[in-house]
Write a new protein. Structure first.
Length: 572
């Protein structure tokens, strides 16, 4: 009899000979056949138990003769009492007629779940059924117990795995299967996951279903995973591969309305996965936009992609030309239509409305810009729809961040500005004084000055005309100050009818010129309310002088200007 005892932990090269049965664990045998150049290898396993021996997933009709020969070489087909069938596909049932013809144990039974039995009966196989759910999911054998683990919908409604407690081998059915070349039996590195990836992406219905099955499997003390397809997985690779598999997006046939073929679906799944990874992993939409643009160029031949989003009262454009940073712009007509739910397909651009998962409303638009009108079939458009849903999540996150920033800026503006005059208030003054003083200290000579401005006889205005008119006068003076200073200067309502102006990079002559310009403008402007004048105190900063001391000197100069008759500028 030809047999080989090979422990699953051994590394096998491409040249290994698996023409005979291989012992992968104590009295556990691989009795399948590796078919060269066939991606869909079908493995069959035998648990040697005398006249109670077990075949796990009997196998394909294509290799039935080899299965019979190898089982005969170990225990004899007539000693096979149990045929464990984890689902009802022909790659499991196909070899059973050959086994029956050779002569199974007189009481041979198919071990399966009731949901699988319902279909298996239609194969015409004349064997009784032993339902796992009716026997507490356990099958006791001579020197071990088989534990059945229910993994529904992976890939079949009644699918299950079989765990041999003696050898700690998990016979995993389609789970952990892969497309392989038929030249090796064992996985030698975690790179085997790439062979599993395509298999699971199109074979398993969803990530949730796979994760549910993996949670059950992780409860078991497994030393070897023996799938029905692909490579056997030794203990040191089990957890790394399970971790990768637990994150895999499956159900790729959901990507398209039509059936464009497996290659298209696998490529699409890879692209969707890449988009998901970048949207989930990156909080900066500039990175997201750049990556999406690269994919659109390489896969679809687009020149670039623009994204539009509604952010409050503004419409933001995220484009490659500005690094996808988002600028407020008026959208073109096709974007306006898409935001309103009216989508047109004419022209060289493809416009995709981005629908919010939370509100189910259109929150943005992706515009794929082509050099000429592209031809995109329905499967491709379906994939773009799915990608659009992912991108919308990233865009929505960015819009929320922008709105929060708008609110923060608005709140800051509100807290640092005087509501009547629109000038800065004393809250802002504290920060500005420190900052400007530090800048001035780095100059070769001081270049900072302050103007302390006070409206002359302002109490008389309020007493004679009332406070509403007084407010108009305050606004008029603030307007004159604002127009009289330079862009880098700061105007602050200091309190009541007093204003403070901070001048940067000036000398005495320049400060006096600005002060006089403001004073003259107030004296000449009598359009809003009664005529008023202002008095101004000017102080230039001394080297190392604190801001408070400089303001105090300007205030003393202001007092002197009022003492000397008002409507004048006095230098400290």
């Amino acid at each position: 009899m030809g047999r080989a005892t090979i422990h699953a932990c051994h590394v096998h090269s491409k040249g290994d000979d698996f023409t005979e049965a291989v012992e992968i664990g104590p009295r556990v045998w691989w009795v399948g056949t590796l078919i060269p150049d066939d991606e869909f290898q079908c493995h069959v396993y035998l648990i040697e138990q005398g006249d109670q021996s077990v075949i796990i997933d009997p196998g394909s009709a294509l290799i039935a003769d080899e299965i019979v020969r190898k089982v005969d070489s170990i225990v004899g087909v007539d000693h096979v009492r149990w045929l464990v069938c984890s689902h009802s596909d022909p790659d499991i049932l196909g070899a059973i007629p050959a086994l029956v013809k050779r002569g199974l144990h007189p009481e041979a039974s198919i071990v399966t779940h009731w949901r699988d039995e319902a279909l298996m009966r239609h194969s015409g196989i004349d064997l009784p059924y032993w339902r796992i759910e009716e026997h507490d999911w356990l099958l006791a054998l001579d020197d071990r117990t088989l534990r059945f683990v229910f993994t529904p919908y992976a890939h079949f409604a009644g699918s299950f795995c079989t765990f041999d407690e003696k050898s700690a081998t998990l016979f995993s059915s389609d789970l952990f299967g892969g497309f392989t070349d038929g030249n090796s039996l064992f996985a030698t590195s975690v790179d085997y996951f790439e062979a599993m990836r395509a298999f699971h992406e199109h074979y398993m219905p969803s990530r949730e279903i796979v994760s549910h099955a993996l949670a059950r499997i992780r409860e078991l003390p497994i030393r070897t995973i023996a799938p029905q397809h692909g490579h056997l997985i030794p203990q040191d690779l089990i957890e790394p591969i399970i971790s990768k598999l637990d994150q895999l997006e499956c159900g790729i046939y959901l990507l398209a309305r039509d059936d464009p073929g497996l290659r298209f679906l696998l490529t699409s799944s890879r692209i969707v996965r890449q988009v998901m990874d970048v949207v989930v992993g990156e909080t900066d939409f500039a990175v997201v936009g750049t990556r999406i643009c690269e994919l659109a160029r390489s896969v679809l031949g687009a020149e670039t992609v623009d994204f539009w989003a509604i952010a409050g009262a503004a419409t933001l454009r995220f484009g490659e030309s500005d690094g996808f940073t988002g600028q407020a712009e008026n959208p073109p007509p096709d974007v306006v239509d898409a935001l309103a739910g009216r989508v047109t397909t004419a022209g060289p651009n493809v416009v995709l409305p981005l629908v919010s998962h939370s509100t189910e409303a259109i929150g943005g638009v992706a515009v794929l810009i082509f050099g000429s009108a592209p031809h995109l079939d329905n499967p491709t458009l379906a994939v773009l729809d799915q990608i659009g849903g992912l991108v919308e999540a990233g865009l929505e996150r960015e819009v929320l961040r922008r709105l929060a920033e708008f609110d923060r800026v608005a709140l800051y503006e509100q807290s640092t500005h005087d509501p009547l005059t629109g000038l800065y208030n004393r809250v802002y003054l504290d920060d500005a004084a420190r900052r400007l003083g530090a800048i001035d200290d780095r100059r070769d000579a001081p270049g900072l000055a302050v103007l302390m401005v006070d409206i002359d006889h302002f109490k008389r205005v309020n007493d004679s005309y009332g406070h509403p008119v007084g407010d108009l006068v305050l606004s008029r003076v603030a307007r004159a100050i604002h127009h009289g200073i330079r862009p880098d200067d700061l105007a602050i309502r200091f309190g009541g009818e007093e204003f403070l102006v901070i001048l940067s990079g000036v000398d005495l002559a320049g400060s006096q010129m600005i002060g006089e310009r403001i004073r003259s403008a107030v004296a000449l402007d009598g359009a809003d309310g009664p005529p008023v004048t202002i008095s101004v105190g000017l102080a230039l900063r001394h080297a190392g002088e604190s801001f408070d001391v400089m303001v105090k000197r300007a205030d003393e100069a202001l007092y002197q200007a009022k003492t000397d008759g008002r409507d004048r500028l006095q230098v400290a």
